[in-house]
Design a protein around this ligand. Structure first.
Ligand code: AMP
Length: 233
């Protein structure tokens, strides 16, 4: 595909971190404050599975087992979503890339469109915090909203604040799948910390604390990088 320099320059942010590090929660807050659009590849896949589409059928096994969906398929899914527009003041990628190969494919996509990667927010957490967060996580099967029974409970127990549906445990938050996801994260995704650090794009945030405290650190880092990005740096 030819490079298209006529389109609006799109600014991209990546949220990187282990499952349960708070990527979805922090990205959602940032979206509200900065007018960014959040693209969660995990949520896109869960939606496809719920809707029973061809994509949903082909990825269901991987997602339920806590394994990664093949890189080529994920890059195609992401590229299709980015091509649809509706990208606000910039896009937060929550859950992509998950492998060095995906990061390379993303670089190719960005170069082709003259889009810019502004920064990579790395939410650094201990394994203990991750296990505690995933153990209490509940999601809305209808609209995808996230909750935690202790730290982020819904207003009415067991019901989604946004749409009222009954909350459920994500199938891949079951102990066996969590073990698998953490192992996959350490082996396949953690190398991205070095990958982006070497490119001067990494913002390491201590994400073990309260959501609000973590958010203040995320917001400050993004505001700083955004200025740089807008100035073309
Ligand atoms: P998440 O909601 O980000 O934890 O993703 C849930 C699941 O979706 C993962 O465990 C993978 O099975 C799949 N998935 C999401 N994003 C990706 C990706 N970038 N590459 C491969 N698999 C993914």
């Amino acid at each position: 595909m030819a490079t298209d320099r006529s389109e609006k320059k799109l600014m991209i942010w990546i949220f990187l971190g282990a499952p349960g590090a708070g990527k979805g929660t922090q990205a959602e807050r940032l979206r509200g404050d900065f007018g960014f659009v959040q693209i969660s590849t995990g949520e896109m896949l869960r939606e496809a599975i719920r809707a029973g589409t061809e994509l949903g059928k082909s990825v269901q096994g991987y997602v339920t087992r806590g394994e990664l969906v093949p890189d080529d398929l994920m890059a195609a899914v992401l590229q299709e979503r980015l091509a649809q527009g509706n990208t606000g003041n910039g896009v937060i990628l929550d859950g992509f890339p998950r492998t060095v190969r995906q990061a390379e494919m993303l670089e190719e996509i960005l170069a082709r469109h003259c889009w810019q990667l502004c920064g990579v927010v790395y939410l650094d957490t201990s394994e203990e915090v991750i296990l505690q967060r995933l153990g209490g996580r509940r999601i809305c099967p209808r609209c995808g909203a996230n909750y935690h029974v202790v730290t982020m409970p819904p207003k009415v127990e067991g019901r989604c604040d946004r749409c009222g549906a009954e909350l459920v445990v994500r199938p891949d938050d079951a102990p066996e799948a969590v073990r698998k996801r953490l192992e996959v994260y350490r082996k396949q995704t953690e190398p991205l910390v070095t990958f982006y650090s070497q490119r001067g794009l990494l913002e390491r945030i201590n994400a073990s604390g309260e959501a609000e405290e973590v958010y203040q650190a995320v917001k400050a880092a993004v505001a700083r990088r955004w200025q740089r990005c807008l100035a073309g740096g």
